[in-house]
Design a protein around this ligand. Sequence first.
Ligand code: PBG
Length: 334
Amino acid sequence: MLNIKYEEVIGGRFRRLRKNKEIRDLVKETSIDISSLVYPLFIKEGIRGREEIKSMKGIYRLSIEESLEEIEKARKLGIKSFLLFGIPAKKDEKGSEAYSKNGIIQNALRRIRENISKDVLLITDVCLCQYTSHGHCGIVKNGYVVNEETLELLSAIAVTHAEAGADIVAPSAMMDNQVLAIRTALDKAGYSDVSIMSYSAKFASVFYAPFREAAYSAPAFGDRKTYQMDFRNPREALREIERDIEEGADIVMVKPALAYLDIISLARRNFNHPIAAYNVSGEYAMIKLGAELGLWDEKQAVNEVMTAIKRAGADIIISYHALEYAKWKREGEI
Ligand code: PBG
């Protein structure tokens, strides 16, 4: 036996504070409040009930009526914020259903506002890809997504969402100056109290694939690399965030979350605005599929990744796991 008094030499044992659950809970450095979660919903025009999404077990395309039930269910578990995605019945070149006063999201917003008590925040995705026949996030000319004309449409979408009752609009098209265009349009239309949560550092990621199946929004040609960010560029991500803040973003977002925890952490250290992280469809699908294969316990896996996103520095977590996570927390299972 060595006669070394480790505590005298290097001071203290880490394992003392890991002895039981109570002491681990006492010294935890990170925790997640359910009210900082955002639950995304897909609302589809012209359906009854809900439709399964093959690549995203547990997530559905909802009719407007069904979305009311889902919101109510989540609200009872303490979730206050919802990110709404519309799936229109018709698409065209200019995505006109996205900024129609009777578009799916505009109709859904009004219904939700009439039916659900005031204590929910409705956030809307402001983009064109689900609404355009070519599946790109803007107007296409000669095979290229043009910036300025797209800004006009994004602004029109944001104003119609505000009119219909959105609290926060979330531009996700990655057009340059989209925040400035939308802020200006909202102010001009009298919606200066509507906030902007900007998808500031949104990377061109393969992990959006299940979302594109869910929303039928895969581009018909090419990819999104001429507008979404190159995942090799952390400094550019900071410049994007900085620019969005200058243009008037109230909340900035990093997306995806899990393969981009370094970006969340950098953003946290460089800016004082609220930071949202989007735990995207592919990240959700990985956890679900792994659990289905018996590779890991789903609850523990979800808890670990949600905590990691929070620990990296996100104030707000947008996640398809939100509802189940809130339920497990309520039931004391995690
Ligand atoms: C719309 C949009 C997308 C996502 C959020 N908003 C798809 C895309 O950019 O192709 C992806 C979200 C997810 O994968 O969960 N532009």
